[in-house]
Design a protein around this ligand. Structure first.
Ligand code: DAH
Length: 342
């Protein structure tokens, strides 16, 4: 009898060690089959009871029952522990480490040229202008004839336009949209026209075959040159601050009379004179003037009743001054090393 008890104890110890060493639920299941299964170790021991003397059998039975209960408890406990462990492992594997630095997506940004354009547009919207647009592929009439260019006028040839046919061309100035806008509405007209223009210019640090202009046109009763001057002065100060002023010098454009060249106080030297303004203290940014009555008459406006002013400036110039860009080609290069700075 003592032998059996010892054997049962030994069996329990061995099973206990094996169960605790089981690494996962599969291994544990194999052990359960080995000890408690239909042809397991315990079952084998029960079969041996028949071989014992009659009087020893009850005690042997009790010992095996106890061992069976004990092993069942042992297996259940370990099953529970391993199940919990498996759940925790899964959670840990699925979890997000919130302390990891984020991956910053390569974000797109507005191009410095268009950002400058938007800023200029904002200022004029604040002054009551609305944005108008027109085609980049234009006809001769809207490009020159309606803008009061006489046939074979040198100013026209000077522009060295990209012609597609004799009559169709890439517009060389946004002034074309003055005509298109006036054809579509009666005065008062208060428009600005941001847009792309093309000229057969040789490309260098300050010229490009493709460039942007911002055109302005105001037509109403009693509009004078003083209104033009005041509007552009306000614009200049909103862009560059109160110390910036406008300068007008006589110029010629077929569609304005009188015409003026528009210059702003050089923002880099505050008007004192520097390399960028060729020591003049002024930067030329475009042209302007009183709309020529011939232009107004051409779109059917009553020239006795209405007068107007117009202006046109290059947007690249503003963008380059604003950011200290010394080569216009950078604006069209698409070079990420340049663009990433803005
Ligand atoms: N269109 C002219 C140019 O491209 C600029 C200009 C001058 C526009 C006078 C105007 C203006 O509206 O009145 O050089």
């Amino acid at each position: 009898m003592m032998d059996l008890q010892e054997m049962v104890d030994e069996l329990q110890r061995e099973a206990q060690a094996a169960v605790l060493a089981a690494k996962d639920l599969d291994a544990l299941q194999q052990l359960r089959i080995k000890y408690l299964g239909r042809s397991g170790v315990i079952r084998e021991q029960y079969k041996q009871i028949g071989q014992l003397p009659e009087e020893d059998r009850p005690l042997a039975g009790q010992a095996l029952n106890k061992a069976t209960k004990m092993l069942e408890k042992l297996f259940d406990g370990r099953t529970e522990a391993l199940t919990r462990q498996a759940e925790q492992d899964k959670l840990a594997a699925d979890s997000v480490d919130v302390t990891l630095p984020g991956r910053v997506p390569a974000g797109g940004r507005q191009h410095p040229l268009l950002a400058t354009m938007d800023e200029m547009i904002e200022i004029f919207l604040g002054l009551g202008f609305v944005v108008a647009e027109g085609p980049e592929i234009e006809d001769y009439y809207h490009s020159f004839e309606a803008l009061n260019y006489p046939e074979f006028h040198p100013a026209m040839a000077e522009q060295d336009t990209f012609y597609i046919t004799d009559d169709i061309l890439l517009r060389s100035q946004t002034s074309t949209v003055q005509i298109r806008a006036m054809e579509q509405q009666e005065p008062p007209v208060r428009i600005i026209v941001p847009g792309r223009c093309y000229r057969r210019d040789t490309v260098d640090a300050t010229h490009c075959h493709t460039f942007y202009q911002l055109e302005g046109l105001l037509v109403d009763e009693g509009v004078t040159f003083a209104d033009l001057k005041g509007t552009l002065e306000i614009f200049a100060q909103q862009v560059y601050g109160d110390r910036c002023h406008v300068r007008f010098r006589p110029d010629f454009f077929p569609f304005t009379e009188p015409s003026a060249e528009l210059a702003l106080t050089c923002t880099l030297c505050d008007g004192k004179g520097c390399r960028v303004c060729s020591n003049t203290g002024w930067l030329e940014v475009g042209g302007c003037g009183q709309v020529d009555p011939n232009v107004l008459a051409g779109v059917g406006y009553d020239t006795e009743r209405y007068t107007g002013y117009a202006f046109g400036v290059g947007i690249e110039r503003f963008a380059m001054l604003r950011h200290g860009i010394d080569d216009i080609r950078l604006l069209y290069s698409g070079d990420m090393r340049f663009l990433a700075q803005f």
